[in-house]
Design a protein. Structure first.
Length: 166
């Protein structure tokens, strides 16, 4: 692993850090969905019935929906950033290869092949990280969209339902 990071250059450390942050955010969202939101979901109808006014119920549903959505935009932004950082590493690596070729000449095919192989590592890492994160995020996002639709439906029902208390 140390060879991989040494070959790929400093951009791989940036990608590693980005990947750690990305995975922590995905784990946080998963723990929220399955650890905190599910109990809230079970008691949501009972809680809403205790609220006196439809607008208060709608506000509570909006707060629940926002809490469920929190973090997804940042995760998606970081997923999109991973391949771009990988490409940055490739460009930096290609500049280093061209500098080496300028100094040593282009007659050494092995040197050129090794340099080009080094430049591909950051792109490979960035794209792999993005694909992995997308695969982990998809079930959470599907659940979030399903729950978002359910909460919107509940908002509509509570907004148009007559108040049970005065």
């Amino acid at each position: 692993m140390a060879d991989f990071f040494r070959e790929g250059g400093p951009v791989l450390w940036v990608l590693f850090s980005l990947g750690v942050v990305l995975m922590l955010l995905i784990v946080e969202r998963a723990s929220y969905v399955w650890g905190i939101y599910r109990p809230i979901k079970r008691d949501l109808h009972g809680h809403l019935e205790r609220l006196p006014h439809p607008y208060v119920r709608v506000s509570q549903l909006g707060d629940t929906a926002r809490a469920l959505q929190e973090g997804f935009p940042l995760i998606k932004c970081l997923i999109g950033l991973c391949p771009l950082v990988g490409l940055l590493g490739t460009v930096c690596g290609m500049i280093a290869v061209f500098d080496t070729l300028a100094i040593q000449g282009s007659g050494n095919a092995r040197l050129l092949a090794a340099g080009v192989a080094r430049t591909i590592y950051p792109t490979l890492t960035g794209m792999s990280l993005a694909v992995l994160a997308l695969l982990l995020l998809h079930p959470l996002e599907h659940y979030w969209l399903t729950e978002q639709a359910r909460l919107d439906r509940l908002k509509w029902e509570n907004l148009h339902a007559p108040s049970t208390r005065s």
